[in-house]
Design a protein around this ligand. Structure first.
Ligand code: BDR
Ligand code: CA
Length: 317
């Protein structure tokens, strides 16, 4: 059992990751922290709570975190990608429970100190909460088992600027703090997530089963997300950005990894938010070395994702 803290900005693909995490037999979601990003912090928190309730998992504690990035003024919301309420064309019944009163960064510190060496933190939004946590409590760096970051793009173009991926671009200062913190980081970026596509055919299968609320949610949320990716990237499906990061936390062998020194660009007028990897034979030793996911075989990822969802939703019927 891999014990995980998820940090999310729910978000269609965050929602897919939460579903996967709750339904996988190999993962225990210890806590979920929320952050502004795909949608505002209140909406992201509400989406998370309501989805957990739909999945009969309202016992997972949810902690609301940073509304804004460390340096104010960055991009807010992505309704063109994730819809007005962050979950595409889906609707969820309002959650009957609220987020816990502890602030997300403090919750990360408390959970990690309570279970030294046991927890993996998987960040699926900008890295503000984790950056605040390591600044407030640097001791947690050695107490976290691993950090898996959905973010960045090493060889792939950016998705928010020519070179920057959204989660890093939306708070580069926070990403920089986390990357320099000494945490053991696996970077799951666009190089691999853009290869793992959910197809329209899969969404149709879910539509045919939409008498079951979990499948209805999957169909209604992902078809909106797919429309965006069709219009902008001509993909014929949507990438499993956030689910892939969680799946790599569960099973690192799903991707081919390379140990590379990585730095976050915080100052460039054109390159702000870029994840720069030094791929030279003799790289800069001063940069922190991460495990970068550089390639993936999409078929087993998709099969596993759909299998976990199907088995989990069937079980809960
Ligand atoms: C990342 O940005 C967000 O829109 C998605 O939820 C994902 O975490 C992809 O760049
Ligand atoms: Ca996300």
């Amino acid at each position: 059992m891999k014990r995980v803290i998820l940090d999310v900005d729910t978000g269609v693909d965050d929602a897919l990751a939460i579903m996967y995490g709750v339904l996988s037999d190999n993962l225990t979601i210890e806590a979920i922290c929320t952050v502004g990003g795909n949608t505002g912090i209140e909406q992201a928190t509400e989406n998370t709570l309501a989805l957990l309730e739909l999945l009969d998992a309202a016992d997972v504690p949810v902690y609301m975190g940073a509304k804004y990035p460390l340096k104010p003024g960055a991009h807010e919301g992505a309704s063109n990608v994730h819809g007005q309420r962050g979950i595409g064309g889906a609707s969820l019944r309002r959650a009957s429970v609220s987020a816990r009163s502890t602030y997300a960064a403090n919750a990360i510190i408390e959970h990690v100190r309570r279970s030294p060496g046991e927890l993996t933190i998987v960040t699926l939004g900008r890295l503000t909460n984790l950056a605040l946590a390591v600044q407030m409590a640097p001791d947690i760096v050695d107490l976290v088992q691993a950090v898996v970051v959905m973010g960045g793009a090493i060889s792939h173009p950016g998705n928010i600027t020519a070179v920057a991926e959204a989660n890093v671009y939306n708070d580069p200062e926070a990403a920089d703090i986390v990357f320099q913190s000494g945490c053991s980081i696996t970077l799951v970026g666009l190089d691999v997530t853009m290869k793992c596509l959910l197809t329209r055919d899969q969404a149709e299968l879910w539509r045919n089963r939409s008498n079951i609320p979990g499948y209805r949610f999957l169909y209604e949320s992902t078809s909106y997300y797919m429309d965006f990716y069709d219009k902008t990237w001509n993909l014929g499906g949507c990438p499993l950005h956030d689910p892939l990061a969680l799946m790599v936390a569960e099973d690192p062998t799903l991707v081919r990894r390379s140990k590379l020194p990585v730095a976050i660009e915080t100052t460039g007028s054109v390159t702000r938010g870029m994840t720069v990897a030094d791929r030279r034979v003799s790289p800069l030793r001063a940069w922190s070395t991460c495990d970068v996911a550089v390639d993936v075989d999409a078929a087993p990822v998709l099969e596993r994702f759909v299998g976990v969802i199907d088995r989990g939703l069937e079980r809960g019927r």
